[in-house]
Design a protein around this ligand. Structure first.
Ligand code: DHB
Ligand code: FE
Length: 300
C-alpha cells in the first residue's frame, strides 16, 4: 500500500523564484535564505519520494473571482507553470499522478470533504517556488522535477477561507486515502505558504517573529492545539497573508502521530507508537515582504 513518509513545510515567496531564475542566489540579501535549504536539498535527494502531494494556494492565476473552489485537487497528467504577469517561470512542467489523485479524490469525498476536481490547471509560484527551493534549479527543457506531483489548491485568498481545524481534519482524511491506495508508493505531503506577511493596507509589511516561532513550536509538538487557532488570530497576529499557514495544517494532520479520531483508544495507541521526527527547522526574516519558515518532519 502507499504510505506517507514525511512532510515538508515552506514559504513560497515569488521573489525567491525570481532570485533563482535571475541568478541572484549568491547576493548578500538572498544567501541566508537559500542557506536554509542546503540541508533540505540533500535530504530530498536521499529521501526521494515516488509522489509529492503538494498543498498550496493559487494567487488568482488558475482561478479568479469567477470561480473559487475551497479545496481543488489536480487530477491531470501534467500542469504548466503559469504566466503570472512577467511570463511563466523557466522551470519544467509538473507531471501529475492521475491514478493516485483520482483515488484520493474518491476517498476524501467519501470521508465527507467536498473537493473540486480539476482536470486542467496552470500552477503559479505557490507551487513552483517550493519545488525550486527543495529541488534546486532545473533546466526548463532538459530538466525535470524528481517525481510526479499532485497539486492541491486551497483558497486562502478570497473570504471565506477554510479554518485551520478543517484543514487539519482534511489532512487526516488525505492520509487515510493515501494509505488505502493499492501500490507501494512513498508519498510526501508538503504544506506551503506563510509565514507572517501582509501585502496590502495600513499594516503592509507586518512580520511577527515571536508569533511565528510560537506557532511553529505548537504545530510541531501539539498540532491539535495549532489546529484550534481561529482564522482571525492568523490575520491579527500574522497579517492578512499569514492565513496561508492553515495549509501547513493539512500536511501536519496527515502525519503518523495524529490520531484519526482522538477519542478512539486504538487510534491513540497507534498514534503514540509512531511519533514524528523533526529533521530540519529554519526561520529567516525577511524575504521580500515575508517571514520565511521551513520544516521537515519524518514519520517513524
Ligand atoms: C509575497 C509573498 C507571497 O506569499 C505572495 O503570494 C506574493 C508576494 C511577498 O513577500 O512579496
Ligand atoms: Fe502567497
Amino acid at each position: 500500500m502507499a504510505k506517507i513518509t514525511a512532510s515538508v513545510y515552506t514559504s513560497h515567496v515569488p521573489a525567491i523564484g525570481a532570485a533563482m531564475d535571475l541568478g541572484k542566489t549568491r547576493e548578500d540579501y538572498w544567501k541566508p535564505v537559500f542557506a536554509g535549504y542546503d540541508f533540505s536539498k540533500q535530504w530530498l535527494k536521499e529521501n526521494k519520494p515516488d509522489v509529492i502531494f503538494l498543498v498550496y494556494n493559487d494567487h488568482a492565476t488558475a482561478f479568479s473571482l469567477d470561480m473559487i473552489p475551497t479545496f481543488a485537487i489536480g487530477t491531470a497528467a501534467e500542469f504548466t507553470p503559469a504566466d503570472e504577469g512577467f511570463g511563466p517561470r523557466p522551470v519544467p512542467k509538473v507531471i501529475g499522478h492521475p491514478d493516485l489523485a483520482s483515488h484520493i479524490a474518491h476517498s476524501v469525498i467519501q470521508q465527507d470533504f467536498d473537493l473540486t476536481i480539476v482536470n486542467r490547471m496552470d500552477v503559479d509560484h505557490g507551487l513552483t517556488v517550493p519545488l525550486s527551493l527543495m529541488c534546486g534549479e532545473q533546466d526548463p527543457v532538459t530538466g525535470a522535477w524528481p517525481c510526479p506531483v499532485i497539486p492541491f489548491a486551497v483558497n486562502v485568498v478570497q473570504y471565506p477561507v477554510p479554518s485551520g481545524q478543517r484543514c487539519f481534519n482534511l489532512g487526516k482524511a488525505i492520509r487515510r486515502a493515501i494509505e488505502s491506495f493499492d501500490a507501494d508508493l512513498d508519498v510526501q505531503i508538503w504544506g506551503t505558504g506563510g509565514m507572517s506577511h501582509q501585502l496590502q493596507g495600513a499594516r503592509a509589511g507586518l512580520i511577527n517573529r515571536a508569533w511565528d516561532n510560537a506557532w511553529l513550536d505548537t504545530m510541531i509538538a501539539d498540532p491539535a492545539a495549532a489546529a484550534a487557532v481561529p482564522h482571525i488570530d492568523y490575520v491579527r497576529e500574522a497579517g492578512s497573508e499569514g492565513i496561508e499557514l492553515v495549509m501547513w495544517l493539512i500536511a501536519r494532520g496527515a502525519m503518523s502521530d495524529v490520531p484519526y479520531d482522538a477519542k478512539d483508544a486504538i487510534e491513540l495507541v497507534a498514534a503514540r507508537a509512531h511519533p514524528i521526527r523533526s529533521r530540519h527547522r529554519f526561520y529567516h526574516v525577511p524575504a521580500s515582504n515575508t517571514a520565511v519558515g521551513h520544516l521537515i518532519l519524518e514519520n517513524t
